[in-house]
Ligand binder design. Structure first.
Ligand code: NAD
Length: 262
């Protein structure tokens, strides 16, 4: 299937590992020019080098924290200066801690809002004017299955990610006239370092081994296994492509069927 993504400029946030990294590599494989970021310069540079070597893609890599609004704006300006515009923006960040409600703290709630909601606001606010100029744009937020179905002990994610869906739907409504499509993807249990962290905290709380936790997650999904980061990345690439040109304002779960609703 021809995706029509060659030479498109794709920004992928929080992309030194896991889902962000897999997404950046998937866009590089389609011939996109890439802008990636994360906090750790060394890890980020290693990813940039690998992408340049393996896919011969142009890559801009800048280390910063996605909760820093000024840094996000500077990054977007640097992308436009280097590549002449922005076509695709994938928002992403690390996940919040796993807790039940009474173990949460006010400071952590504010941090979760900054990390998992405001970071998406910063990126979308900065990129949309550039997409309007081209009358073409794709914004895809990476959130979680928690946008459809709350997960026990992930109360920060269950609450804060709903705001991202509200943002996505609002932006889809407001900027469809400019050729900008805005969608959300919600991963189920996908094999990344984040999932190892979650297994660790679940294991400590439940007394089960991490192996048992992983087996339980796999058993919960009709496909009876964890997701591979590349499977989420492929869905994002498709949403960004010319092949998904009449889809906007949607949440698409890539969860092996884990979501139990209709
Ligand atoms: P991960 O921890 O493996 O990777 C997170 C990436 O974000 C890393 O590159 C890290 O350096 C970067 N990052 C974290 N905080 C940052 C910050 N403040 N500024 C800049 N970069 C930052 O996580 P992942 O599994 O790839 O998950 C990505 C997102 O998807 C998370 O929000 C996670 O909660 C969510 N999610 C993951 C799963 C899963 O099973 N993996 C399931 C549902 C939701």
């Amino acid at each position: 299937m021809e995706m029509g993504l060659k030479n498109r400029v794709a920004v992928v946030a929080a992309s030194s590992q896991g889902l962000g990294r897999a997404t950046a590599e998937a866009f590089a494989a389609e011939g996109c020019r890439l802008a990636i970021c994360a906090r750790n310069q060394q890890a980020l540079n290693a990813v940039a080098e690998k992408i340049r070597g393996e896919y011969k893609a142009e890559v801009l890599a800048e280390p910063f924290d996605v909760t820093d609004a000024g840094a996000v704006r500077d990054f977007v300006n640097a992308v436009v200066q280097k590549f002449g515009g922005i076509d695709i923006c994938v928002t992403n960040a690390g996940g919040p801690p796993a807790k039940g409600f009474l173990a949460t703290t006010i400071d952590e709630w504010k941090r979760a809002v900054d990390l998992n909601f405001m970071s998406a606001v910063y990126f979308t606010h900065a990129v949309i004017p550039h997409m309007q100029k081209k009358r073409w744009g794709r914004i895809i937020t990476i959130t979680s299955i928690t946008t459809k179905q709350p997960v026990a002990d992930l109360v920060y994610s269950n609450a804060v990610r709903a705001a991202v869906v509200g943002l996505v739907k609002s932006l889809a409504n407001e900027f469809g006239k400019d050729g900008i499509l805005v969608n959300n993807v919600g991963p189920g249990y996908t094999a990344t370092d984040r999932l190892k962290e979650l297994a660790h905290s679940r294991s400590a709380a439940s007394g089960k081994t991490e192996k048992e936790i992983f087996e339980g997650w796999s058993a919960d999904a009709p496909l009876k296994r964890l997701g591979d980061p590349r499977e989420l990345a492929d869905a994002i690439v498709w949403l960004a492509s010319e092949r998904a040109s009449y889809i906007t304002g949607q949440t698409i779960l890539v969860d092996g069927g884990l979501y139990k609703g209709l």
